[in-house]
Design a protein around this ligand. Structure first.
Ligand SMILES: NC(=O)c1ccc[n+]([C@@H]2O[C@H](COP(=O)([O-])OP(=O)(O)OC[C@H]3O[C@@H](n4cnc5c(N)ncnc54)[C@H](OP(=O)(O)O)[C@@H]3O)[C@@H](O)[C@H]2O)c1
Length: 428
């Protein structure tokens, strides 16, 4: 199998190095000679850790699709439009299968590109696009193929998980830990895709599509990131028996699908609470399985290259699955759940420390159908008028009722700052 690699950055250079330096192992696993014949990057002169001798260099990545000495194109440039998309379309049109790690592109164009691949008897593969080194798409699509999937939840962004778990172990604030994550290379200079939940949502759109046979629906995901999670929230959550994680969840209610990416309290000791640092995890619930959780490195050169290599070996060995598990033309449009979902909530309030305030708050909550499960207060004001932090957890309440209750609580004179609310994960 003659391979072209477009993009020789963190992932692309590692894929090329693995293919070249571990050629005999990979070739024997694939059952056929695996050779890098052509590459593309912006800078032709940079040392990428392998010898370019005998490998053609194309300045224009799209030119790789037209080369006679290429069977499979590996797209590792990134971006949901531009050269990455042009290259994939050109390759699939020119009779070359494609492997990519590009979640943003697959979440947006995956259904159309998979249909193009299938129409031309080719493969579109993207294991590395979700949860890096965890074979999450393969697990869902192949290992769990016999199940009726009800819920997929995941910690899908290593940057957010590193920030939240470091805040938890050190007590430091979000900005401080984000700066450290940037220094360590876990977070980009512009961290918004990660910390605002966009990256996790791209991955969730793909997991939901494979799990439920729907077209990827990034636009249907309710997304909130981790910028508003404070060291105080992490400490309160811990005192109440929880860790805070950015959870991506897609679940099916009858024929409707609900997808959320949001900071969520998960019980300490649960599988997801034990996912620390830059790790990822994917948990799948289905029948007759029950549930399974897979955890591992979600990003980085080695983990991502591992998934890219597996896709290439599957193509070479003739066992590559359809990207969505079934034909792309059979994917249905997801029906976004209109169901008012019921959850337990964590609510942190900054309030004036005077008698009667708690009663005002619990009255508003009960008027909206929410009852208090537990409460914590930090500190006591010395003078009437000082503020204190209080945290309440509620029993199950509908999300719309909780939204209304929070608005009403915020309007109380005694509440001095915007309340912080987070969902508490259902124990499963
Ligand atoms: N990094 C990870 O841990 C990770 C994990 C999972 C998925 N992914 C995905 O993998 C893909 C690659 O990520 P990465 O981290 O390896 O990115 P990266 O380090 O920024 O590398 C991008 C590569 O693309 C090349 N490139 C950019 N524009 C180009 C153009 N117009 N023509 C030719 N080459 C071009 C760059 O060339 P130069 O080197 O010459 O500038 C560079 O080699 C992305 O889709 C990303 O979402 C990455």
């Amino acid at each position: 199998m003659k391979i072209a690699i477009a993009g020789l950055g963190t992932v692309g250079a590692e894929v090329a190095c693995q293919l070249i330096h571990h050629h005999s192992t990979i070739t024997s696993r694939a059952g056929t000679e695996m050779t890098v014949t052509a590459v593309s990057a912006r800078n032709p002169d940079r040392d990428r850790g392998f010898s370019m001798d005998g490998i053609a260099f194309e300045q224009d990545p799209v030119a790789l699709a037209a080369r006679d000495d290429v069977d499979v194109v590996v797209e590792l440039i990134g971006g949901d439009e531009g050269p990455a998309l042009e290259l994939i379309e050109a390759a699939l049109t020119a009779g070359k299968s494609v492997v990519t790690a590009n979640k943003a592109l697959l979440a947006k164009h995956g259904a159309r590109l998979a249909a193009l691949a299938e129409a031309n008897n080719l493969h579109l593969m993207g294991e590395a696009s979700v949860a890096g080194g965890i074979p999450s798409l393969k697990m869902l699509r192949e290992g769990l193929a016999g199940n009726r999937i009800s819920r997929i939840s995941g910690i899908l962004n290593g940057t957010c998980n590193y920030i939240l778990s470091t805040m938890e172990t050190t007590g430091r604030g979000f900005d401080d830990v984000l700066a450290e994550a940037q220094d360590l290379g876990y977070a980009e200079a512009d961290p918004s895709f990660d910390v605002d939940g966009i990256d996790a949502a791209h991955k969730l759109a793909l997991l939901g599509a494979i799990g439920f046979g729907t077209t990827p629906d990034f636009g249907g995901i309710s997304i909130s990131g981790i910028r508003s999670v404070s060291a105080l929230d992490i400490s309160f959550a811990e005192q109440m028996g929880y860790a805070i994680r950015l959870l991506a969840i897609v679940e099916k209610h009858d024929d409707q699908v609900m997808s959320t990416v949001q900071p969520t309290l998960v019980p300490l000791g649960s599988g997801l609470a034990n996912v620390d640092g830059p790790l990822n995890a994917v948990e799948v619930h289905g029948e007759p399985l029950g549930s399974v959780i897979a955890m591992g490195p979600g990003a980085g050169a080695g983990a991502t290259a591992s998934a890219v290599l597996a896709d290439m070996i599957d193509i070479a060995a003739g066992r590559a699955a359809l990207f969505f598990g079934g034909p792309a033309k059979d994917l249905t449009a997801p029906v976004k759940a209109a169901i008012d979902h019921s959850s337990c909530y964590y609510l942190r309030l900054t309030v004036v420390d005077r008698p009667g305030v708690l009663a005002e708050i619990t009255t508003v909550l009960s008027e909206h159908g929410a009852s208090v499960d537990s409460m914590l207060q930090q500190g006591h004001g010395d003078d009437n008028g000082d503020t204190v932090e209080i945290v309440l957890t509620t029993h199950d309440v509908n999300s719309s009722s909780m939204t209304d209750a929070i608005t009403a609580i915020h309007a109380l004179d005694a509440v001095t700052e915007t309340p912080t609310a987070m969902v508490i994960a259902a124990s499963s």
